[in-house]
Design a protein around this ligand. Structure first.
Ligand code: DAH
Length: 368
């Protein structure tokens, strides 16, 4: 209502309380303050003006009431102001009622999925899972695996050698141990290289552990290969090694047959073809039945029904001698398989380079 001090302080107080009760925001409270206690044109200033020209009786009648009204209005506004401030959200507050932003979950890399799956399969079979160094010496990568100095696998065209041999102390220790254990072996060359296969881990493990052995070693290996559909200079291998009394070729076949079914599905057959590796005798290349045509013959298996997946064999006695095992006491089998090759086959990927280009549209297609 319009400001009219003639209604008296008591009525004005009632009016003020009613108006205060309706205040919800800071802005409304400011408006209320201006209207009631502002310097000019407010209820209180109107009362003060009226008092200035009032008769002594009128002053007596509402002078005190007007002053009390002023105090009450100011106190009530201050109180409401504090109450509003207490409920106000600080500028940097987090609104916990907003719907959350779900974090973008990453995916395991497809090669990690294969590595873990192979690790899990062999863990169930009672194997230990190892990694081992990617920087190797000539002795563990070649010499102790029955690949003497003139062996073509050592060719500079295939192997990344480091210009300056690393770890001279470790090399001296290796040389000393070999001289004691296998005096017939030539002293090892102080050559450092990037391991060309995980087979080096066979030697590293047997050197430090007595039989029996049951291990898989999984990790990167390096070769001077140009990048193309099926080659990269760095790829991954799974090495398997089992050594003990009376381990036979039948154990190797049974193990690899079980692995093929676990990796590629029940009913996936395997076949062994005679082959050659310096560190196994006899040696075999192992094929799985084509997972696409189930052996009928298709483009993927070049109409043969079979696809090569790994190399294997019975551990050569020279390897046992190099690590100080007695070849008359123990026998063993070993195998080496490419992780990328398994991934290419399992998912029908045609270009190995896709695994290394980090294109999320590709990587996101493989389950968590
Ligand atoms: N080291 C071989 C390669 O890189 C694979 C291999 C073959 C490993 C036969 C073995 C084996 O343990 O017995 O191609």
């Amino acid at each position: 209502m319009t400001i009219d001090p003639s209604i008296g302080p008591d009525k004005a107080r009632e009016l003020f309380r009613a108006e205060l009760a309706d205040v919800r925001t800071d802005a409304e409270l400011q408006a209320l303050r201006t209207r009631w206690v502002g310097r000019k044109g407010s209820w209180v200033s109107a009362f003060m003006e009226a008092l200035a020209t009032a008769t002594p009786e009128q002053k007596k009648a509402f002078g005190r009431g007007a002053n009390e009204l002023k105090k009450e209005v100011e106190a009530a506004i201050a109180e409401r102001e504090a109450a509003l401030a207490a409920t106000r959200r600080p500028a940097d507050a987090v609104d916990i009622t907003l719907p959350g932003r779900p974090p973008r979950l990453g995916h395991r890399h497809p090669l990690s999925l294969i590595r873990d799956e192979v690790g899990a399969i062999f863990t169930r079979l009672g194997y230990q899972v190892l990694e081992g160094p990617e920087i190797e010496d000539d002795y563990h990568n070649f010499e102790a695996l029955n690949m003497p100095e003139e062996h073509p696998a050592r060719d500079m065209q295939d192997t990344f050698y480091l210009q300056t041999p690393l770890m001279p102390a470790a090399h001296a220790a290796t040389a000393e141990a070999i001289a004691l254990r296998t005096p017939a072996l030539r002293p090892p060359q102080p050559l450092t290289l990037l391991r060309t296969h995980t087979s080096a881990m066979q030697i590293r493990h047997m050197e430090m552990n007595a039989p029996p052995v049951r291990l898989v070693a999984i990790g990167p290996v390096y070769r001077k290969d140009a990048l193309d559909l099926t080659h990269t200079p760095m790829f991954h291998q799974v090495e398997g090694l089992v050594v003990g009394k009376g381990v036979t070729l039948a154990d190797l076949k049974g193990t690899l047959a079980a692995m093929a079914e676990a990796l590629f599905g029940p009913g996936t057959g395997v076949r062994f073809r005679p082959s050659f590796f310096p560190y196994t005798e006899p040696s075999a290349e192992v094929d799985i039945q084509c997972i696409k045509c189930k052996g009928a013959g298709c483009a993927m298996c070049k109409r043969t029904g079979w696809i090569e997946i790994l190399g294997s064999g019975m551990v050569h006695p020279a390897v046992f001698e190099a690590v100080g095992y007695d070849p008359n006491e123990v026998t063993g089998f070993a195998f080496g398989m490419g992780v990328e090759r398994v991934a290419l086959l399992k998912w029908g990927v045609e270009d190995i380079r896709l695994f290394y280009e980090n294109d999320l549209r590709f990587l996101e297609q493989f389950g968590l």
